[in-house]
Write a protein that binds this ligand. Structure first.
Ligand SMILES: Nc1ncnc2c1ncn2[C@@H]1O[C@H](COP(=O)(O)OP(=O)(O)OP(=O)(O)O)[C@@H](O)[C@H]1O
Ligand SMILES: [Mg+2]
Length: 449
């Protein structure tokens, strides 16, 4: 339940029966309610204090609701306004919305309908307030080096990083894709006594066994056909610094033996060489795989696991720390707005709500990409729900659930094309496909650019 207690509503209507009925009803819903019987009375009241919500009748004898609304928007623009207008006078409602009213009700209406409308406004206001508070917070306590977060698991992680950075122990970082494993590794390095020496990363999953061997250990000239020069390996480059073994779960069984040996002795020879080389590096490893499971399947050596897993850090997936979503969104918004020079400085409460509902299978990387894209396609100062790749305007999630993948692709392309004013190159950029692919898809789906 939302914190109704503190929310104040002013009902402005010239009919006594309406004022009384609304007042009783809304008080039962837990709101603090006051009334005014005409525009000038309401104006006097809003000079005295702030109301969160105002219910305003359009037709009143001394000052009509539209005039009152204009005054209100000048005096206290943060008040949410619901206009009440007669069924035949929908144009008044339209005019009111244009002037900044948040919603309208067509008389006569059921009291339940009134409750729903108010409830919706309360939710929006709570979210908008959260948004404001966030802005202050992002700048201060919610940052640890480049890591943003305020959820209990992240605060705990920050604490662990401080301790781990002081030691020279080997660290194994696990977590789903995009959770920030590499960023955590970089943070540990930066805060460690080795921070001024190099941080050498190697993605073990990106190389074949032979290439990985020469990448890690280096090679002598002529060691194999392509070895035209002597090359230092990453183990050597990481001397005095930190070696980050990314995707360590992807290493072949043979390489695991070699790696284990070098982690124990810090001694090795280059491929094709005979000289023993010594390197003083600290190891931080990361993987998105479940290494215990790999050990059971005999694709990962238990002894190597123990060697790496001296200290274990688990980076939680984003869906387990929803408190961090708005914070991270704000953080990335600042970054990409600055980078692109676009004047986008806030996130619509509904967009924020959609982000909270999303499951984020790609975790923070997905969130970062979503915000980057929203900044690129955004046409106003605020990120709107429709700017988010996982929101399908106007139907929302339920409608999306009935669409085939092709339907979604068609709609998404149409959406981006429209947002880019039919500009193929820009649309292709947003969609991250090349122009030819986009042309093909436009033809396939019978779209008009
Ligand atoms: N807590 C955080 N605060 C700010 N940015 C973050 C945070 N965590 C991750 N990021 C950003 O999200 C992106 C993905 O992070 P990173 O590359 O560290 O993830 P990863 O776990 O190594 O992913 P993968 O398993 O796919 O390699 C990066 O751009 C990183 O800067
Ligand atoms: Mg990574």
């Amino acid at each position: 339940m939302l914190p109704h207690k503190k929310i104040t509503i002013l009902v402005v209507d010239d009919e006594l029966s309406i004022r009384e009925a609304f007042s009783d009803w809304l008080k039962q819903d837990g709101f603090e309610v006051e009334t005014a019987d005409d525009g000038p009375v309401a104006l006097a009241k809003i000079k005295e204090r702030h109301y969160d919500i105002m219910l305003v009748d359009v037709k009143m004898p001394q000052m009509d609701g539209i005039t009152l609304l204009k005054h209100l928007k000048e005096n206290d623009p943060d008040t949410a306004v619901v206009m009440m207008t007669a069924h035949g006078a929908i144009q008044d409602a339209v005019e009111a919305i244009k002037l900044g009213a948040n919603d309208y009700l067509l008389k006569p209406f059921e009291l339940e309908e009134l409750s729903l409308t108010i409830e919706k406004l309360v939710q929006m206001q709570t979210l908008a307030m959260e948004n404001l508070i966030l802005k202050d917070r992002v700048a201060s306590i919610t940052r640890f080096e480049n890591l943003v977060g305020q959820s209990p698991p992240m605060l705990k992680l920050f604490e662990t990083i401080v301790n781990v950075a002081r030691s020279d122990a080997t660290v194994l970082i696990t977590g789903e894709t995009g959770t920030g494993k590499e960023l955590v590794a970089r943070t540990i390095h930066a805060r460690s006594p080795r921070g001024y020496s190099p941080f050498i990363a190697i993605n073990c999953g990106a190389f074949t066994e032979h290439l990985l061997e020469s990448e890690l250990f280096g090679h002598e000239r002529g060691a194999f056909t392509d070895a035209k020069f002597t090359k230092k390996g990453r183990l050597e480059m990481a001397n005095a610094g930190t070696l980050f073994l990314d995707e360590v779960g992807d290493i072949s069984m043979k390489m695991q033996i070699d790696l284990l040996r070098v982690l124990e002795t810090h001694e090795f020879t280059r491929v094709g060489g005979t000289t023993t080389i010594n390197s003083d590096f600290r190891v931080i490893a990361a993987t998105h795989q479940d290494l215990q499971e790999s050990i059971r399947r005999r694709t990962f050596r238990q002894d190597l696991f123990y060697r790496l897993n001296v200290i274990h850090l688990e980076v939680p997936p984003l869906r387990e720390r929803p408190e961090d979503i708005p914070l991270l969104a704000e953080h990335f918004l600042r970054r990409y707005a600055t980078e692109t020079g676009k004047k986008i400085d806030s996130i619509h409460p509904e967009a924020l709500a959609a982000m909270r509902r999303h499951a984020w299978p790609g975790n923070i990387r997905e969130l970062e990409n979503a915000i980057e894209r929203a900044v690129v396609v955004g046409k106003s100062r605020q990120i709107k729900p429709a700017d988010l790749p996982f929101v399908f305007a106007p139907g929302g999630a339920e409608e999306a659930a009935n669409l085939s993948l092709e339907d979604m692709e068609r709609r998404h392309i149409a959406l981006v094309l429209a947002a880019e004013g039919g500009h193929i190159t820009n649309a292709a950029k947003v969609l991250r496909i090349n122009r030819n692919t986009l042309y093909e898809k436009i033809k396939k789906y019978g779209l008009t650019p």
